[in-house]
Design a protein around this ligand. Structure first.
Ligand code: BTN
Length: 250
């Protein structure tokens, strides 16, 4: 399976998109040691500490309907969570849609971007770029000051340095296996798995929309389509398609 390694790039997601447009298939990956413009969800920046994290993007062409791509992002979250748990020997938590937490601090994030592929050499005419960022060997001093209270790394969690290349191989293998399970066994089981790690479940949270409007409610967790639900103060339920979720008052 092909892997393109870069010492430096702006964003592995951007490069992976170009590779997919050029005909690169399912499982092809782009990995970088350093990213100058790592992208996070909702146009945010992903801080890529040079040489100390896993920054990779995996091209996937899942054999599912385009409407199931919202589920795919949770499938990817479970895959990465399982690998990090094996490495650390303890459970992590997932914050919808795909932040990976240890001890209430963010250790990794996933940015899934779907695209149309006109090239025709791929299995379908859609692909999803699964971009994965994990803080691996970073020490506290490596993080910008504003992240020191909220971010963690595998090193900070167990005091050991880890091989980023080995971690990448484990992550890709697990992601491709989970996608196969999704294609053949459906989403339900994977969702159960995701829910067992739900960081927000039952907590009072705020959802900030694109227009800055804030909706408050109790987190009910994702549904069978991968969409998050909140119960408002008036007892009505809301569906969140996209947006920034945070614990109320933080
Ligand atoms: C998030 O937490 O909002 C998602 C972060 C995803 C970061 C990864 S790093 C590798 C890949 N390339 C990018 O530009 N972003 C993703």
């Amino acid at each position: 399976m092909k892997t393109h390694f870069y010492a430096l790039t702006d964003s592995t997601n951007r490069i992976a998109k170009i590779k997919a447009e050029g005909g690169a298939g399912h499982g092809t990956a782009v990995v970088a040691e350093k990213q100058t413009h790592g992208r996070g969800r909702l146009g945010k920046e992903w801080t890529s500490i040079p040489g100390k994290g896993l920054y990779c993007s995996i091209i996937t062409c899942p054999d599912v309907l385009p409407g199931q791509y919202a589920q795919l992002t949770l499938v990817a979250g479970v895959a990465v969570a399982e690998v990090l748990e094996k490495v650390l020997g303890r459970r992590c938590q997932l914050k919808w849609p795909n932040d990976i937490f240890f001890g209430g601090k963010k250790c990794g994030g996933i940015l899934t971007e779907s695209m149309e592929v006109k090239n025709g050499t791929l299995k379908g005419d859609r692909a999803a770029i699964v971009g994965i960022g994990v803080n691996v060997n970073s020490e506290l001093k490596d993080f910008p000051e504003n992240l020191r209270d909220t971010a963690t790394s595998l090193f900070l969690e167990n005091g050991k340095k880890h091989s980023i290349k080995d971690l990448f191989e484990l992550v890709r293998k697990q992601l491709l296996q989970k996608i196969e399970a999704f294609e053949h066994g459906g989403f339900h089981k994977i969702l159960e798995n995701w829910r067992s790690r739900d960081f927000l479940l039952g907590k009072s949270i705020e959802c900030v929309g694109y227009d800055g409007a804030v909706i408050r409610g109790i987190a009910l967790g994702p549904d069978e389509d991968g969409r998050m639900h909140l119960r408002g103060r008036d007892g009505r339920d809301f569906e969140v398609l996209s947006g920034d979720l945070r614990l109320a008052g933080t």
